[in-house]
Design a protein around this ligand. Structure first.
Ligand SMILES: [Zn+2]
Length: 175
């Protein structure tokens, strides 16, 4: 009887430590996930969800390639690079305001670059492991369209460089 009791106690200990381990790893995963994809409730709770076929009807082929297939436009190819007026850069797919022209700077990369989004929840982040690199992808928080990546070599005040595809955005001049 004693042996059985010992066995049961040992078994319970193993189970509880396994449960503990799995709890710990779950917690760690949850923490990590929350870091890589901050809960960005989109502005006004607005969401735009469409199938690829529906997006293809609305977007030009180069816009579809960047926004829906996570492509990258050729450096220096966007007319938005040269915009230095007051206004707002909005998502080309759903018109969600993304960046103020006030946060735009010349990064010399050939892609429209900003030091911060117009609102914290205007964009959302995800880890991107493509091409053997670990980068932080930036998406529109309303339609999940791919916009570009964020890097930590930007200017003050944030030190961030939001490296965006001009194809994924439109400029709305301040009236
Ligand atoms: Zn969008």
């Amino acid at each position: 009887m004693n042996r059985i009791a010992l066995f049961l106690t040992y078994g319970a200990l193993v189970v509880s430590s396994l449960a503990h381990l799995s709890c710990r790893s779950n917690t760690a995963q949850a923490t990590d996930l929350s870091k890589q994809a901050p809960k960005a409730d989109p502005p006004g709770g607005r969401r735009v969800v469409k199938t690829d076929a529906e997006w293809k009807k609305i977007l030009k082929p180069d816009q579809f390639y960047v926004l829906r297939e996570k492509g990258t436009e050729r450096a220096g190819s966007s007319s938005l690079n040269d915009i230095h007026e007051k206004g707002t850069f909005v998502c080309a797919a759903c018109k969600n305001p993304l960046f103020s022209a006030d946060a735009k700077f010349d990064s010399g990369t050939g892609w429209p670059s900003f030091f911060q989004p117009i609102a914290k929840n205007a964009v959302k982040e995800a880890k991107d492991y493509a091409f053997g690199m670990t980068r932080i992808e930036i998406m529109c928080s309303v339609c999940d369209g791919h916009l570009g990546h964020v890097f930590d070599d930007g200017p003050k005040p944030t030190g961030l460089r939001y490296c965006m595809n001009g194809t994924a955005m439109q400029f709305v001049k301040k009236q």
